[in-house]
Design a protein around this ligand. Sequence first.
Ligand code: ADP
Length: 224
Amino acid sequence: MLTGEKELKAVMFGPPGAGKGTYASRLQKKLGVETIATGDIFRELMKEKSGLALKVKGYVEKGLLVPDDVVIEVLKQRLSKIPKGKGFILDGFPRTIEQAKALEELAKIDVVLLLDVPDWLIIERLSSRRICRNCGTVYNTRFLKPTVEGVCDKCGGQLYQRSDDNPDVIKKRLQVYQEQSKPLLDYFERKNVPFVVSKTTSLDQPPEPIVDRMIEELKKRGFV
Ligand code: ADP
């Protein structure tokens, strides 16, 4: 493991189903940084019975973005819990220009880890995605299978399908990405934030080589 001495501050950016969570969790282990995944935070919150939980659920289950004020508050709180001297990767934040502007006030991002994945592959991948209820590890019933069907290799937890991983909601999420999140690429470019681009072209591409290449690139550029 690297020491995280350089305090990497990265944004993992890409369409839904591009693999943001998969790569971020692997980078977390290999680089000793923290990850903040706003989608995970909202799924945890949605288990509660509070008014805020119900409000968030209304957006997530339709494939719409949770309003900026809610997301920004959640991010602020989570970011303030990162121990001093530790780097972080944001998975799923920012997703709007408003969120990016708020982030600028909180931290200076070193690099955007951009995932370039075609739509057809996303649809295939998301419709066969399964997640461990206990530890959150992501599987795919076609290409990243658990050893025993329905059971997590890592912790023995039960695998489930996310309620927003159904064809109609997937389409909506892709549309929302195109309209509201993709413009952020221009925004980062205007702000001179460097990019590390990882391209996926086939369904059976294993994550490890992609993660290793990301780390190589981050090292080469002095971010880790
Ligand atoms: P994916 O990237 O596969 O769509 P996530 O787990 O990152 O999945 O997000 C799931 C849902 O949580 C999103 O569709 C959205 O409703 C909500 N969400 C997550 N992050 C944000 C964000 N930064 N801004 C607004 N909504 C968000």
